[in-house]
Write a protein that binds this ligand. Sequence first.
Ligand SMILES: Cc1cc2nc3c(=O)[nH]c(=O)nc-3n(C[C@H](O)[C@H](O)[C@H](O)COP(=O)(O)OP(=O)(O)OC[C@H]3O[C@@H](n4cnc5c(N)ncnc54)[C@H](O)[C@@H]3O)c2cc1C
Length: 407
Amino acid sequence: MKDKNIYDIIVVGGGPAGIFTSIYGSQSGNKVLLLEKMEKLGKKLLIAGQGQCNLTHTGTKDEFIDKYGDNGSFLKKAFYKFPPQALINFFAERNLPLVSTEKGKYFPNTFKSLDVLSVLKKELEKLDVQIETKMEVLEVNFNDIFQVKTKDNEFYSRNLVIATGGLSYNITGSSGDGYKFANKMGLKLKNTKPSLTPCYVKDYPYSNLQGVSFKSILLELWRDNKKIKSATGDLLFTHKNISGPAIIDNSRYFEKGDKLIINYSGIPYEMFSENIRKIINNNGNKMIKNIFDNPNFSERFIKFALKYCSIDENKKCNLLNKSEIKNLINYLTKFEFEISKLEGYERAMATSGGIDLSELNKNTMETKKIKGLYFVGEVTDIDGDTGGYNIQAAFSMGALAGISIRR
Ligand SMILES: Cc1cc2nc3c(=O)[nH]c(=O)nc-3n(C[C@H](O)[C@H](O)[C@H](O)COP(=O)(O)OP(=O)(O)OC[C@H]3O[C@@H](n4cnc5c(N)ncnc54)[C@H](O)[C@@H]3O)c2cc1C
C-alpha cells in the first residue's frame, strides 16, 4: 500500500452533500480526497431550480423539520449544527449573497447555479481538497481501513463518506451506487421510489384545462378505505396530469390505486356547502355560472364543472333542483381521482427511500455498524419538499459529517 494514497477522509460523490463534507472535513488540515464519476462536480446542482438554484427556504427549525415527510426529526442535529442561516452566511461571506423571493425561496442574487458551484469549487481549492473527476468508484471495502477501488486506482482512508445521491435524473451521475456499497457493508435499505413528481390519474378529465391552477386546495389521500394523509397546497392541471406543490410535495406518499380526494374550493366541506347554498338562495335570478366569487373558480373551470354535472351554465339559481346543487357541491369539494402512476426517476426531482436512518447516528451521520463510515445527502432515506429543502438537507448533513470527522 503506497503511503501517499492514505487519506484522512475519502468522499464519494461531488454533489452538494459531498462537497460540503469535504469543505468542513478538511478545515482542520485533514487530507481529503473527493471522487466524482462525472467530468465535473455538481451536475445536479447546476440544473437545480431550473438553473437558478433554489438553495434554501425561510422558516424556523420546526417548520423545516416538517418538510421531510415522516423523517424530518432525523435532521434536527444537522440543522442545529448547520441551519439555513449558516448557509445564507456561507455564501454572503464569499460574495454571493442569497435573496429570498416572496414565496420564501432563497436563490443566489445572480440567480445562477453556476455561481454557486464556482464559490464551492474555490472553497475546495482553498482548503486543498484533492478533487478527482471522471473517477467512478466501483467497490468499497473495510478492513481496519477503507479501501476504495476505481477502474485504475485504489485509495485508502481512515474515514469514508458516501454522498452518491439517489436515483433520479441519473444523467447527472446519481445512479444508486451508494445503495450497492451500503448493501455490501451489511446496512439496511428502505425501498426507493421516485419522489417530487406530478401524478397521473385514471380517466384524466382536464386535458383541455391545461394551465388552470388553484391556491391552497385541500387534499386527502385514501388507501383501502383508510385516510392516509391530509394536506393543503397549490394545484395545477397540465395537459396530461395533475401537478403543483400539493401534488409534487406529497407524491412520496402516493401509490398506484390510491384515491385522491380534492376540495378545489380550499374551504372545508360544511362551510363551503352552507355558503354556496346561501348564495344560491339569495341570487335566484342570477345564472349559476355567475355566482362564484372564490378566486379558485376560474370561468373555464366552472363551465367545465357545470357541464360535468349536467347543469346548464345559464340556468337561473332558483331553477336548480336539490340534487343538482348537491352534485355541484360534491364536485367542487370532493372530487375523486384514482392514481394510475407517478413519473419515473428520469423526471422525478428526488428519490424517497435509501439508507435506512436507523443505521445512522443522527448526531454525526456515521453508521452505527462501521466506525468511520458515513452516509450523507439524498442517498439516505431523506427527501424534502420543493422549495430548497433538499439542497439545504444535503449541505447540512455534509457539514455535520465533516465537522464530526474533524473532531
Ligand atoms: C431537475 C431538478 C431540480 C432540482 N431543483 C432543486 C432546487 O431548486 N432546490 C433543492 O433544494 N433541490 C432541488 N433538487 C434536488 C437536489 O438537487 C438534490 O436533492 C441534491 O442535489 C442532492 O444532493 P447530493 O449531494 O445528496 O446528491 P447529488 O447532487 O445527486 O450528487 C451525487 C454525486 O455523486 C456522484 N456519484 C454517484 N455515484 C458515484 C460513484 N460510484 N463514484 C463517484 N461519484 C459518484 C454523482 O455523479 C453526483 O455528482 C432538484 C433535483 C432535480 C433533479
